[in-house]
Design a protein around this ligand. Sequence first.
Ligand SMILES: [Zn+2]
Ligand SMILES: [Zn+2]
Length: 477
Amino acid sequence: MEDTLVTDIVPDQQDSTKGNVSKSSLEEESGSAVQADVQQEEQQGPEYFNFKCVLCGFSVRARYGPMKAGILSYKHDVYYLRSLNQQIDRVKTKKKNDYKKFAIIGAKCYSCHRDVCNRVQCSFFYKENYCLDCIMQKRKEFPEKVIQVSCFARAFPQPRLRLLTIMSAVTARAVSSVISKCQPLRSCMPLAKSLKIEWDDGYQAEFPYCWLRDATSKRPALVHIDVHMKPEQVEVERSRESLQVQWPSYLYLSYSSSFLRDSALHSSEANSLHQIHTHGSEQTDNAAKHVLNGKLFLSTHQTPIAESLVMGQCEWNSSAQEPGTLWPHLQTVPSLVIIDAMETGSTMQPALITLIDTMKALEAMEQSHPEEFAFLKQCELEYIEGPFRALHPIYELDDEGRQIISATFNNRTRSSAITTNSLEKLYLSLQKLGRVCAEYSLQIPLFPGRRLIVDNTKAMIGAPAQKERRLLLRLLS
Ligand SMILES: [Zn+2]
Ligand SMILES: [Zn+2]
């Protein structure tokens, strides 16, 4: 076993930091917890399916079946997972389908039978579960309140508005009339570091350029963040529903009025958010601790994993993946990632995986950029995916406030919600973090048939672009 391990992982020995990481991780292979889990019987229950919401694209591997537990009972079959905020229950309990242990993900639309998640932007329950497409197409069959709430939910890309489903018809009407009234943009004025925007109702907001450039699908990689970037041209579109911005090197991006308005409204909540989400530095007894014993990663053979332990899975093909924490949209981020290299046409070529030792990178940042390091501690970032939403600080310290115990960061999936009053400082700190992380990056070759087990709370996982690569990633709590 030891021989195959060494041949699979070829660290760059010239760099002392890289060598250390690999060596300590290879000292011994302790997959005992995984072995135990493999032997553990698959819990009784319906089959697993690949659920994918037809409207927002959120996908997850979930069970599909009836859900009747305690006071909760669903009329039709639903997609559900083991509750994501609970630790894996290693002892079988007598009560089956205890509702606290499961999280409902979505269901089929009663009308078109397609799968939809339970975000308010995707589905609405009125006597039956309907997707928003069907509600919009059959407006006449629904009460006015349902249509108004659905229109309102659609206008906003972020799932902040879950409470709207229970608000009164009067409030719904008031809210939707306010929105339709103030949607037109009146003007935009470029300032030295930010853009001032005014709506027809007189509401004004200032958006720093660094945020505007970041809050798009063409978000720059961390190392390319430029806090001094300025747009070359800005104008309100003729319809006055969106803003056109030309960034350097001929990048044209459009920002809708409702997106800007929503971001401005919620940025005023940035301060109160910190008071609500007081994160304790509770280091839970997670699976990564059992399996990896403090190591960043280890390489093993591919052995079967009980399906009931898998919280989610995804496949990476040949495109590049910027390194990051996987599934940060959960309040309790899965601690273990199991990466299997799958057979491809050319089996001789190993798949390449990029790992960043986030612990070492942050320690280095504390030395080289103490001010930015301290800033990142108190700044939380928001992550959204399907019906899930979570806020995480980039790293957490132990009770004494000395040692970093876990880190959470994903540049690609973080939302553009404004969670701090010092946006420029945030982007400057992120840029510094990106540069330090690049120095603590390892590239690990993984031959088809081999497996890499990685601590998702201590490492960021990515992959360079590579032809004919297939990686299966599974997440365990
Ligand atoms: Zn959805
Ligand atoms: Zn439908």
